[in-house]
Design a protein around this ligand. Structure first.
Ligand code: GLC
Length: 521
C-alpha cells in the first residue's frame, strides 16, 4: 500500500462541525472541540477528516453559504485555532480535507453585495443575472430566480435566495476562487471535497428544463423538470480539470467531488485521461435498496463502469441523507459496516455512524434546516442526521454545557462513545476492528473483486491479491442461511465472538450477520 497515493488507502471521516464537539458552551461544535477529540479519531483508526464548511457565513444553510472563502467563522473559532488543529492533526498523521463551496456564495459575500449594487458594477457578471427568469427550480423548492428590485434583474440561486450562484464562465471568478484554494493549500490542507460539483456550469443559453414525465406530486418543485440545462453541462469537465491542476501545484492532494448523477455520467468526472476529480463521490450505497440482489448489481455496475485506472470509492452516510441505522435498521447497519470495509478503494464515513447513531425525530418547533422550512413535511429535512455526537452518559452527553443546537435524541444517548468503548459488541468496537483490519490487509483496499453473487438473500464476493483471498458474505434474509465454504478462518464478523473461528465446508449465518473469511487452501 506504500506505493499508493495516501488518499487511495484512506478512510475519510466526515465531521459535521456544528455537531461534533462544543468547547465553549454555546451549544454548537467548534474547531477546538475537534482538536480535543483528535485522539479519539486516532484510536478509531481513520486516516483523514473532511470538515464541513467552517468559513464565515450567515449560516442560512449552515455554512454552505460562504461570506469569505479565506476565513473562519467565529462560531467555529479563529484562524489560529484552525492552524493549530491542522498542525495537531498532521502530528497525529491525520490528513485534513476542507469543504469547498464553489457553486454559490452567501448573499452577504462582499462580491455579491457589489454585484447587486448596480448593473454596471465590475462584479455584476460574477453572478448570473437575467432580465427574465426561466423555469429552473431551486433544490430547496420554488423558482431558482430572485428578482432584485433596485437593479431590476433576476439572479440565479440553485439553493436558497441567500446563496446566489457564481458565474464560473467569468475568468475573474475562476481566478479568485482558485486563489482561495491556494490559500488553504499553502497552509497544508490535504485536499477538498467540492460541494455540488456537477452544478457549477449552467447552459449558456439558459434553456428551460424539459418536464419530468416521472414527476409525482409531493416530490418538491425541482422534480417537475429534468435537470438538462442547469446541471452536468459538458463544459464542467474542463473546469474540474483546471481545479485539479491547482491542487497539483501543491503535490499529492485530493480532489473529491460531490456529484449526484447516474453512474455512467458520474464516471465522466474522473476526467479525460483521469485528469478530473480524484474521487467523484460514489453515493450508490446511500441510494440503493438494501437487498442482496440490489447490492450485488449496484456494486458490480459501479465497478464495471470505472474507467481504466480510475480509483473506486464508497460513501455510507453524510449530512444530507438519513443515517444508515435508520434506513436499514440498527442490526443490519453492522453488516453494512462490514460490507463497506470489504469494498475496494477509498471509504468515507459520516461522524456518528461508527456509534450506530440513528436519525433523531425533530419536532416542528425544533426545525433548523432551511430545506425543511421551505418545503415542510415532504422529507427534505436534514436535521435528523445532523444531531450532536454523544460522548458520554452525562445529561448533555459531553457534547456541550448548554442547550445543544439540535436535540441529542434518547436512542443516541445510549450509544455514547464512553459506554460503546467498553462494550466489545458495540458498533464502535466493530468499526475499530474493521479499521485496524483494513490497514493490515491491502487485498481489501486494492485487491480484485470477483465472483459477486446474490442468492436467497445472501450477498457474496471475493477480494484477493497475491496469495491472499477473502470471502465476504452477508445474510440479508429473514432466516438463517447455510453456505458451503472453503477451509478458512473468520477474520471479521458482525459478532465479535465469531472472529478467529475456523470454518470448513458448511457455515451458518444468522439474519443480518456478515463475515469476512480468510481462505486457507
Ligand atoms: C450540498 C451540501 C448540502 C448543501 C448544498 C448547498 O449538497 O452537501 O448540505 O445544502 O450542497 O450548498
Amino acid at each position: 500500500m506504500q506505493d499508493l497515493n495516501w488518499w487511495k488507502h484512506a478512510v475519510v471521516y466526515q465531521i459535521y462541525p456544528r455537531s461534533f464537539q462544543d468547547s465553549n458552551g454555546d451549544g454548537i461544535g467548534d474547531l477546538n472541540g475537534i482538536r480535543n477529540r483528535l485522539d479519539y479519531l486516532v484510536e478509531l483508526g481513520i486516516d483523514a477528516i473532511w470538515i464541513s464548511p467552517i468559513y464565515p457565513s450567515p449560516m442560512a444553510d449552515f455554512g454552505y453559504d460562504v461570506a469569505d472563502y479565506c476565513g473562519i467563522d467565529t462560531i467555529f473559532g479563529t484562524m489560529q485555532e484552525f492552524d493549530r488543529l491542522l498542525q495537531e492533526a498532521h502530528r497525529r498523521e491525520l490528513r485534513v480535507i476542507l469543504d469547498f463551496v464553489p457553486n454559490h456564495t452567501s448573499d452577504q459575500h462582499p462580491w455579491f453585495i457589489e454585484s447587486r449594487s448596480s448593473r454596471d458594477n465590475p462584479k455584476r457578471d460574477w453572478y448570473i443575472w437575467r432580465d427574465q427568469p426561466n423555469n429552473w427550480q431551486s433544490h430547496f423548492g420554488g423558482s431558482a430566480w430572485e428578482f432584485d428590485q433596485p437593479s431590476g434583474q433576476y439572479y440565479l440561486h440553485e439553493f436558497l435566495k441567500e446563496q446566489p450562484d457564481l458565474n464560473w464562465r467569468n475568468p475573474a471568478v475562476k481566478s479568485a476562487m482558485f486563489d482561495a484554494l491556494r490559500f488553504w493549500l499553502r497552509k497544508g490542507v490535504d485536499g477538498f471535497r467540492v460541494d455540488v460539483m456537477w452544478l457549477m456550469i449552467k447552459d449558456d443559453q439558459f434553456r428551460d428544463n424539459p418536464p419530468n414525465p416521472g414527476y409525482t406530486v409531493g416530490q418538491g418543485s425541482r422534480a417537475q423538470f429534468l435537470p438538462s440545462y442547469d446541471a452536468d453541462r459538458p463544459e464542467i469537465h474542463e473546469l474540474v480539470g483546471e481545479m485539479r491542476g491547482v491542487l497539483e501545484e501543491f503535490g499529492d492532494r485530493v480532489l473529491i467531488g460531490e456529484i449526484y448523477l447516474p453512474v455512467p455520467r458520474l464516471m465522466d468526472y474522473y476526467g479525460q485521461r483521469l485528469r478530473g476529480a480524484n474521487l467523484p463521490f460514489n453515493f450508490q450505497l446511500l441510494q440503493c435498496a438494501w437487498s442482496a440482489e440490489e447490492l450485488a448489481s449496484t456494486i458490480s455496475e459501479y465497478m464495471a463502469a470505472l474507467p481504466a485506472g480510475a480509483w473506486p470509492n464508497w460513501v455510507l452516510g453524510n449530512h444530507d441523507k438519513s443515517r444508515i441505522a435508520s434506513r436499514i435498521g440498527f442490526k443490519k447497519a453492522h453488516a453494512a459496516a462490514l460490507l463497506l470495509f470489504s469494498l475496494p478503494g477509498t471509504l468515507t464515513i459520516y461522524n456518528g455512524e461508527e456509534l450506530g447513531m440513528q436519525d433523531v425525530l425533530i419536532r416542528p418547533e425544533e426545525v433548523q434546516d432551511p430545506a425543511e422550512k421551505r418545503q415542510p413535511g415532504i422529507g427534505m429535512g436534514r436535521d435528523p442526521e445532523r444531531t450532536p455526537i454523544p460522548w458520554d452518559s452525562s445529561p448533555l452527553c459531553g457534547f456541550t454545557s448548554s442547550a445543544p443546537w439540535l436535540p441529542i435524541g434518547d436512542a443516541n444517548r445510549t450509544l455514547n462513545v464512553q459506554s460503546s468503548s467498553s462494550d466489545p459488541n458495540s458498533m464502535l468496537s466493530l468499526y475499530q476492528r474493521l479499521l485496524r483490519f483494513r490497514r493490515e490487509e491491502p487485498a481489501l483496499v486494492s485487491g480484485q473483486l470477483t465472483d459477486m453473487s446474490a442468492t436467497d438473500g445472501l450477498l457474496q464476493f471475493f477480494r484477493s491479491e497475491g496469495s491472499e483471498r477473502f470471502r465476504f458474505v452477508m445474510n440479508l434474509a429473514e432466516e438463517s442461511r447455510q453456505i458451503a465454504v472453503e477451509t478458512g478462518v473468520i477474520v471479521a464478523s458482525t459478532s465479535q465472538s465469531r472472529e478467529g473461528e475456523h470454518v470448513r465446508r458448511m457455515l451458518s449465518l444468522e439474519p443480518a450477520e456478515a463475515l469476512i473469511i480468510r481462505a486457507e487452501d
